[in-house]
Design a protein around this ligand. Structure first.
Ligand SMILES: O=C(O)CCC(=O)C(=O)O
Length: 283
């Protein structure tokens, strides 16, 4: 589906930030009401994580799918966030999957990585983000409690760090035992991205990003939702790769939550072979 937005409906400054730098921030998107309920729901989910599971993902912290609570149907379809995506020029996004990522107090850095894996297709090197993250941190973030770090422009431009990275999210990196690896290094061109708890951070899945260690006593919880700005415009093999990761609404969610959530999932009924997960290669 294509829609032409009136030029004044686009926030050209934010769109430029996303297309050039790879990320942009919308301030005060979450209402105090939904923020409070998200905090309560994620605390409940995180309290159930067994310690051995948290140990396997020390660098990220706990990593739970957002199918764990029906409040995420509300968040995935949250009107102010969809309006923000529309203001970026993406009026008809689709949604595939989401995660609650919580760095416990006194946990190490998150490794440098990108979250895009269809690098063998030329589409992955174009200007339009094939997929964006919508990140909501549930507390204000700073370098002390593990705020995001990014390498601006690395979503579309080769960066020397690309040549040093192994498989993102491998167990070796997730366990964060060897902090001398390049994935845990400080880079000369990195930038901190501190945010307020109600902000929405939108970023290109191809952007190189990491997070500071959490040196405080408090958990630092983040919800990451993955949207595809123009699912229908992507090559079929990429669509197939995206479709394979869709998190469907659980049967136990209330019907209304299932319905509103499912309306945003991409429709995909071709039989193209999904791309295997491939790593970045320089073009
Ligand atoms: O923890 C963060 O701030 C970012 C998390 C992230 O990018 C990831 O786990 O893929």
């Amino acid at each position: 589906m294509t829609t032409t937005l009136a030029p004044d409906a686009i926030d050209s400054e934010k769109r430029e930030q996303l297309l050039r730098g790879g990320f942009c921030r919308f301030e005060r998107v979450l209402s105090p009401d939904i923020l409070g309920r998200l905090r309560a729901a994620t605390e409940r989910m995180l309290d159930d994580v067994p310690p051995e599971q948290a140990e396997r993902t020390r660098a990220q912290g706990s990593l739970l799918p957002t199918t764990g609570d029906p409040i995420f149907a509300e968040l995935v379809t949250y009107r102010p966030a969809l309006d923000a995506l529309a203001a970026l020029g993406f009026p008809h996004p689709t949604f595939t999957d989401g995660y609650v990522i919580s760095k416990p107090g006194h946990s190490p850095r998150l490794f440098w990585h990108y979250d895009w894996f269809a690098w063998e297709d030329p589409y992955s090197y174009g200007p339009v983000p094939p997929q964006v993250f919508a990140m909501y941190y549930l507390s204000d973030t700073t370098p002390e409690n593990g705020c995001l770090r990014v390498i601006p422009g690395s979503h579309t431009r080769h960066n020397p760090l690309h040549d040093l990275l192994a498989e993102p999210h491998s167990e070796r990196l997730s366990r964060a035992r060897d902090l001398s690896l390049p994935e845990f290094s400080t880079r000369p061109d990195e930038a901190d991205v501190p945010v307020r708890a109600s902000d929405l951070l939108v970023g290109d899945a191809r952007l190189l990003h990491a997070a500071h260690a959490n040196e405080t006593d408090e958990r630092r919880t983040l919800i990451t939702l993955w949207y595809q700005p123009r699912f229908d415009a992507m090559p079929e093999r990429i669509q197939a790769q995206m479709a394979a990761k869709i998190q469907h609404a659980p049967e136990w969610w209330p019907a209304e939550a299932r319905e509103r959530y499912s309306a945003l999932l991409p429709r995909y009924d071709s039989d193209a072979a999904p791309y295997a997960r491939t790593l970045y290669r320089r073009r």
